[in-house]
Design a protein around this ligand. Structure first.
Ligand code: MSP
Length: 653
């Protein structure tokens, strides 16, 4: 079926998405990468859905935190900012982040815009002069609540970051935030999705209900900031300056048309630590200045490293570029978005990351692509043309794709990206099952069945093409590789969800020999930092003097291909599974200590190597009649799965 490439001709729908602008006191880390990858994936998704998208990111360069950090490094604040901006832009390139505009708050058009808005609010009476007395946390660039007690040294500690705060007493300008309490509450009530996920909305509403104090929005003791118009002794508070980047970054003060087209923002993506600034101050500033309000502030959770908060002092801050060196962009993008729903905290461990890459990417998807393309190349020299008629099995596969596609799109729309990826993997496994049921490797032995063989491989190719479309928002590099290996001459990005057809893959395209999609990296090589710190593991006496066995002795071990049928957790244990495995003619039960490394769905349907003539043993009261082989990588089991389809029960030598 011919597939149209042009986007729909009706008025393009618009979508404006932002990330926070990042402080330039330090180099980018995994938390910054996370928000930006979400924004990029949603941007790519919306483009496939026919939207015109504007994706804004950038850097927050003023304020005491940057002033202090630059002084410590012997640089001017702008020199520091220039350096760090280079690091951010480089990382975004490596992660395939396709932003439309990178805003820096030190750019003149932004500074001018902020002064104009400040002036506007002052003239309106929402900004007035007074004296601020209180405590200020430089690390969070935030004023502390009054009720925080002083410690025995007379100091206060910031409840958000745990750093000591500074006492401040200075003339300043205030924003009349207190006047917006009721307006904000009405707005939240009328727009229950303004803050997502809903738990965060409840947090905001109960905070605002307690009443709001006017907000100090200038400083006389900070020099590194935008001067207050007509009163340059004062510089504008860094959060007042920073939040308005969402206006200046879309043309406010320099491109009226652009601004009119895209404002208000559809989604401000932020971390949960900066929710109040975005959900309370920001709409209040916009109400005061008379701008329409954004549609949604979506707050994501935090990434921990090995269950601990990352911090420079602990030395456990994850630098994404180390992962990118080994894996390229897609595995990291996939892991961060697949592992947790956006609102919850996530935990990054090297083991967890590697597990996902090996299991979901290399085993499930990588092998499927490899097998399918290898068969098309081997059986048809890379060119499928005499394709037989469809059967109901083929139609079922197409129906499964259509169902997956509509669910995936709905999940992406809802920012439930982890669920979208789960759905895609359900379909990947359906395609694997389709091949297992149709057994093209057997049909290949019967010349009279060539049209049927071509049909099976054509269906599988169509499915891969569909998978490429669906993973593209999150894994653009792999999606494009699959697309190109399928011989597609047009760009994947010229497609559109609505016009995409499962059978839009032209017959007769020349398929390239498969190239590996995902690298297989060993855990030891991956944990570079750790590796350097650890002494080499001691050898056991047995290893020192390796005992040799004869070929005949080796042949006594009956190794077989086993197909995993079912996997259940052994109650009351963390590590054990009870597994039923088919050896072709018979089914065996085994108890295996791999529950920490593999989920049941990672195992079911997979083919592994088992020892068929092992004496049964009873483990936790359950009879174990065989054992599977796995590599021992620092105490972690890594199972070798078969890439090619092999019958259960086949002998392994
Ligand atoms: N400059 C302000 C934002 C101004 S937006 C008008 C700022 N910058 S930041 O560089 O400190 O943080 C930027 C974002 O990174 C925040 O959304 C924050 O939640 C996020 N993260 C920082 N560390 C993080 C993790 N460990 N995990 C996930 N995101 C975290 O705040």
């Amino acid at each position: 079926m011919v597939e149209k490439q042009a986007k729909p001709s009706n008025q393009p729908k618009k979508f404006y998405i932002t990330t926070p602008i990042y402080y330039v006191n330090d180099i980018p880390h995994i938390g910054h990468a996370y928000t930006t990858i979400i924004a990029d994936s949603i941007t790519r998704h919306k483009k496939l859905a026919g939207y015109e998208v504007y994706f804004l990111t950038g850097t927050d360069e003023h304020g005491q935190k940057i002033e202090k950090s630059a002084a410590e490094k012997g640089l001017s604040p702008l020199e520091l900012a220039d350096k760090v901006v280079g690091r951010f832009k480089q990382l975004w390139k490596e992660l395939l982040i396709n932003y439309d505009f990178f805003i820096r708050t030190t750019e003149p058009f932004h500074e001018k815009g902020i002064q104009e808005i400040f002036q506007r609010l002052k003239e309106k009476g929402d900004i007035y002069k007074g004296i601020y007395k209180g405590w200020y946390c430089v690390s969070c660039e935030n004023f502390l609540a009054e009720d925080i007690p002083q410690d025995e040294d007379g100091l206060k500690t910031c409840p958000d970051c745990g750093q000591k705060a500074n006492q401040v007493a200075e003339d300043c300008y205030f924003f009349r935030l207190s006047a917006y309490r009721d307006k904000l509450l009405t707005f939240y009530q009328q727009n229950p999705n303004f803050v997502r996920p809903p738990a965060r909305m409840n947090e905001v509403v109960s905070f605002v209900r307690q009443g709001l104090k006017d907000l100090s929005i200038t400083r006389t003791t900070v020099r590194w900031g935008i001067p207050v118009p007509g009163d340059p002794e004062h510089t504008i508070y860094v959060w007042f300056d920073a939040l308005h980047n969402y206006l200046t970054g879309i043309g406010y003060g320099w491109n009226k048309e652009l601004f009119a087209k895209f404002w208000p923002a559809d989604i401000h993506l932020i971390g949960k630590d900066i929710l109040r600034f975005h959900a309370i101050f920001w709409p209040a500033f916009l109400m005061a200045a008379g701008f329409p309000l954004p549609h949604c502030v979506f707050s994501h959770g935090w990434w921990l490293k090995d269950e601990t908060k990352m911090s420079k002092s602990k030395g456990n801050v994850l630098d994404p570029s180390l992962i990118l060196e080994d894996f390229g962009p897609d595995p990291l993008r996939y892991f961060l978005l697949r592992e947790v729903p956006i609102g919850l905290d996530g935990n990054f461990s090297h083991e967890g990351f590697l597990h996902r890459v090996n299991s979901d990417l290399a085993n499930d998807l990588g092998n499927l692509v490899h097998r399918t393309l290898t068969m098309i190349n081997n059986y048809f020299q890379g060119n499928l043309n005499e394709v037989g008629d469809e059967t109901s099995l083929d139609q079922n596969l197409q129906a499964a794709f259509e169902k997956a596609k509509s669910q995936v799109i709905a999940h992406y729309d809802d920012l439930a990206i982890n669920r979208a990826l789960e759905e895609i993997w359900v379909f990947v496994n359906q395609v694997n099952k389709y091949l297992a049921e149709n057994e093209p490797w057997k049909i290949a032995r019967r010349p009279e069945k060539r049209p049927r063989l071509a049909r099976i491989l054509y269906q599988a190719g169509c499915a891969l093409r569909g998978i490429a479309l669906l993973i593209y928002p999150v894994m653009p590099a792999s999606a494009t590789k699959i697309w190109e290996m399928l011989g597609e001459k047009t760009k994947l990005t010229d497609r559109h969800y609505d016009q995409f057809r499962f059978d839009g893959w032209e017959k007769g395209l020349r398929i390239s020999p498969p190239k590996p999609l995902f690298p297989r990296v060993k855990l030891e090589d991956f944990i570079k930092g750790k590796k350097a710190q650890q002494p080499p593991p001691k050898k056991t006496p047995k290893e020192e003097k390796m005992e040799m066995i004869s070929f005949d002795e080796f042949m006594k071990i009956d190794l077989r291909v086993g197909e995993i049928l079912t996997v259940e957790k052994v109650e009351g244990t963390k590590k054990l599974y009870k597994i039923q495995v088919s050896l072709g003619e018979e089914t065996r039960q085994m108890v295996s200590g791999i529950a920490e490394e593999y989920k049941p769905e990672d195992l079911t349907g997979k083919k592994v190597v088992v020892v068929a003539n092992l004496k049964p043993a009873v483990i936790r009261g359950i009879e174990s009649q065989t054992m599977l082989l796995a590599a021992d990588v620092n105490g972690q089991a890594v199972i070798p799965f078969f890439i090619e389809d092999v019958p259960a029960g086949a002998k392994v030598r």
